[in-house]
Design a protein around this ligand. Sequence first.
Ligand code: MN
Length: 612
Amino acid sequence: MDNNKNVVYRLGSNCELDDIVVGNTYEVKVQGFAKFGTFVYLNGHIKGLIHVSNVKSDHKEGEILYVYVNNIRDNGNIDLEEVVVKGNYEVKTQQCQKSSTRLCDLKNKVGRNINLNAEVAQIKQTSGPTIFTLIDETGSESAAAFIEAGKRAYPEVELGDMISVSGEVMMRNGQLQIEVSYMEVLTDEEKEQVRERIAKATEERAKPQDIPFLIESDVLEKLKPEMQKVAQILRKAIFTNQPVILRHHADADGIVAAVSVEKAILALIREEGGDMDAENHLFKRAPSKAPFYEIEDITRDLDFALRDNVRFGQKMPLILMMDNGSTEEDEASYRMAKVYDLSIVVVDHHHPDKSTDQYLQAHVNPYHVGGDFGVTAGMLGAELARMINPAIEDDIKHFPAVAAVGDRSEAPERKKYLDLVEDKYSEEDCKDIALALDYEQFWLRFNDGKEIVKDILNVNNNTERHKKLVALLVKEANLAIEEQLKTSLPHVKDSIIENGSHLFTIDVEMFAHRFTFPPPGKTSGEIHDLLCRKNEGKPVVTLGIGPDFAVIRSRGVLMNIPQMVRELREEIDGGGVNGGGHLVVGSIKFVEGMRDVVVERLIKKIGKFPVE
Ligand code: MN
């Protein structure tokens, strides 16, 4: 017998019994001991025996040995002999190109033993077995491995590893599961091949179908490639078991945008075989009070993500920002997200700052293609949701119309989306839904109000309850607005500024109810709307002034609020000015002691802008 082979083979994880070559030397791993010899693994699922007479020395479980293949018997038993390889030799992986089992095939293999390669997407220790969530290019399934109750099985296998696993396919509580008999991390060589294969195929599967938009729109057509990119990123996150945190502005437009995508993603998770548990750990929607990503928000999100990462062995999340996220004010939080390498994508219609894009993986914004805020986040969100999962279209068809009236869009898209659903929802109905959302979100504060919001939007298959709820909320909201206007209108001051436009100011701290609906921004907006109607055809600016902030509403004045904020910050030393928003609707913050200086300067600047 020739024991001086200069090549030692490592049997690839796809290889089967008949790939083993008699006369070759293989690298193997000790699995266990019996009276008649030592059992070793040639790869993740093929076991052989070194007869006691062919064992050279004492071994430990898990030890790596070299063996010579003496014979493969008809019954499949492999006779091995331990060898010591002398001189120069190299270790080569024997690749077997057989198509191995894919995760999507498991449903046809219940009760059978399988072997496959996959990526570990989550590792969760239960009080019983360790549950590994596995993904490949076709889907995701779980595998249970047990050594001892509550003890981590295969501690050498880590999140993100490429593994070879064998075991029996079982049904557990209606869910497929692999009962693991053996699992091992692939060799570097194999790992790269499998990683590449899965990544490439997942990328391909994540590509959204090219479907036409609900309406005709130049702006949407131009935004299509970037929207498809975002849809692909989100689909890929779901296919690879990466959690998504969706942050959105807490107004009707932002809610509608976010709920569209929420519906699409949850439906996709269910299609992928996920349950309630998966829905809750893979997706979280959270409204942001401010129209930007506050440090408080990112801190909550990071805290949440890191806990899940440690406790449930979960991947770090992808962050999706909707109806906010595109301005300088978001950047402090983005820098924090970057410490943890989080990916961020934005779907917004606020006037974007160029510098913000350095933090973003993708950014859909009508301003990028010559559009403006009239194509609202809710319109973009609904169209994006259809790209992610076309099946939900009927549920969300009326969302863009609600967003359009909620954000007072004057773009041509507004009418088209309203026309699309006019048989079911009148413009009045859409306005009511938008107001009901605003009113309810005020009381929900930081909560997403998942089911209540679905009732308001009529996606819970209970139209009667939807109608009752919206009617009630609208009545309450209008009563509150009426009361607020009755109280504050007598205190509104009227003047004409340099450019000839009306300037109405109201001190919302002194002359409006506080800590109730409508809050200062909406109070100023309601006053503005009323005074616009009284001054038909004239340019109107309304300032709602608080102790350390001012809300700006305007009509017929071509102003640029973000630009004014930047200038005031530069010009007023010690003013602590910041803020932003849309070009003609927004807010400014400052320190209380500098209020008079800032407001006076702000009014001067507004007076310089041309009127329409
Ligand atoms: Mn909006």
